[in-house]
Write a protein that binds this ligand. Structure first.
Ligand code: 9MR
Length: 377
């Protein structure tokens, strides 16, 4: 027999369940920041295909947003003009859907990891403006169109502006001038009118770059083009950025009328490397100086890193009304591109999860910081 529960009791029970859920302290960054911003990570091939089981577990438990570290870049997804390679990108999007994660597309138009055929003719000369426009349109339409409705937003153009505010002399710029940017945004919008569109760049704390990006937002908007957010990559180190300048950029982009996303956050714990001939020659002393913590990070460096991470995260939390996502560039320390940049084969400690996939104390500290903010409101 079907028992009927009076509506008033059902409502009271539901309210109690919600209240309890709210009171249970958050145990992950994604829960703690739930009402502030998404917490994302970048997936490599091992994670996309499930080979890195420990990494996948960290992703499922701790993050609610993902982005492809490499597999959606033009070189990977569109190796020849009439051949696309969607396998990894398809799997990443499926993984996102299976786990209820917000998926970001990275990236459509970028001068790096760009196949030669995209911008050069067979004889090595640059393509004509009309050819490049047609190729950009084909590429963007195919890639954005394939994931229509499943990818929340795209890094449409990546790294087009230099620190001094000038345009990067990329093949896109050489062929089309500044126009390649609005064209890319237009094609992306046509391919998926509901997708959010972002401009993404590094070293966004430089005044020249900040001003040029603000100008770009205005120009896109004036033409009636969609731009939802600016991605501040946020590859940081122990002596950069100057946080006051970083914060000024968040404020400037927000004032220009877009959301801000921290898109590729990491913080190298190693001294900034001088890439000299000594390394190429295999000079052991120089290698040791550049890779000082090959076995483990000494307590002092570990603490200094944590302190700086806390400062960076507190700025992000302070601006959480304008920031919609904070994505770390990699799942655990062992996955970070910084182990191979600017020198190959280093051991860096740039992310909140260590090589053993365990959360560093910054994770618990961030959870506390979210609760403190909540209590102060
Ligand atoms: O993390 C990526 C690394 O695996 C690639 O080898 C590299 C190639 O340029 O790109 C890295 O990701 C970059 C991102 O796509 C754009 N911003 C800078 C990132 C670090 O180089």
């Amino acid at each position: 027999m079907k028992s009927r529960i009076p509506l008033s009791i059902a409502i009271a029970a539901a309210t109690l369940v919600t209240a309890c859920a709210q009171q249970r302290p958050a145990t992950t960054m994604k829960e703690a920041a739930r009402d502030r911003f998404l917490i994302g990570t970048a997936l490599n091939e091992g994670q996309i295909w499930g080979r890195d089981t420990a990494g996948v577990r960290v992703v499922r438990e701790n993050f609610n947003a993902i982005v492809a570290e490499n597999c959606m870049k033009s070189e990977a997804i569109h190796p020849e003009r009439d051949r696309y390679s969607f396998d990894s990108a398809d799997r990443l999007v499926e993984f996102g859907q299976e786990n209820g994660l917000t998926v970001t597309g990275h990236t459509l138009i970028w001068h790096s990891q760009l196949p030669r055929w995209f911008v050069y003719n067979d004889d090595g000369s640059l393509r004509s403006a009309d050819e490049l426009k047609a190729i950009m349109k084909e590429h963007i339409t195919a890639v954005v169109g394939r994931y229509k409705g499943r990818i929340k937003g795209w890094d449409v153009v990546n790294e087009a502006i230099m620190e001094d505010g000038s345009y990067r002399r990329s093949p896109f710029y050489e062929i089309l001038g500044e126009e390649f940017i609005p064209l890319a945004f237009q094609y992306a919008h046509e391919a998926d009118p509901d997708a959010e569109l972002y401009y993404n760049d590094y070293n966004m704390w430089f005044e020249g770059k900040r001003n040029a990006v603000v100008k770009l937002i205005g120009e896109l908007r004036e033409r009636g083009l969609r731009i939802d957010a600016v991605g501040m990559q946020s590859h940081m180190g122990m002596s950069h950025p100057d946080f006051a300048e970083y914060e000024k950029s968040i404020e400037a982009f927000a004032a220009a009328g877009v959301k801000v996303m921290v898109t590729e956050f990491d913080m190298s714990a190693l001294p900034t490397a001088y890439v000299g001939a000594d390394i190429a020659a295999g000079n052991a002393e120089a290698s040791q100086a550049l890779n000082p913590y090959a076995d483990s990070l000494p307590a002092e460096a570990y603490e200094a890193w944590h302190k700086r991470m806390e400062q960076a995260l507190s700025i992000m939390l302070r601006h959480s009304d304008d920031i919609t996502r904070v994505t770390f560039w990699g799942v655990s320390d062992g996955d970070s591109w910084l182990n191979n940049f600017p020198v190959r084969g280093r051991t860096d400690y740039a992310l909140p999860f260590g090589r053993d996939h365990r959360a560093k104390p910054i994770v618990a500290r961030f959870i506390e910081m979210c609760a403190e903010k909540q209590n102060n409101e």
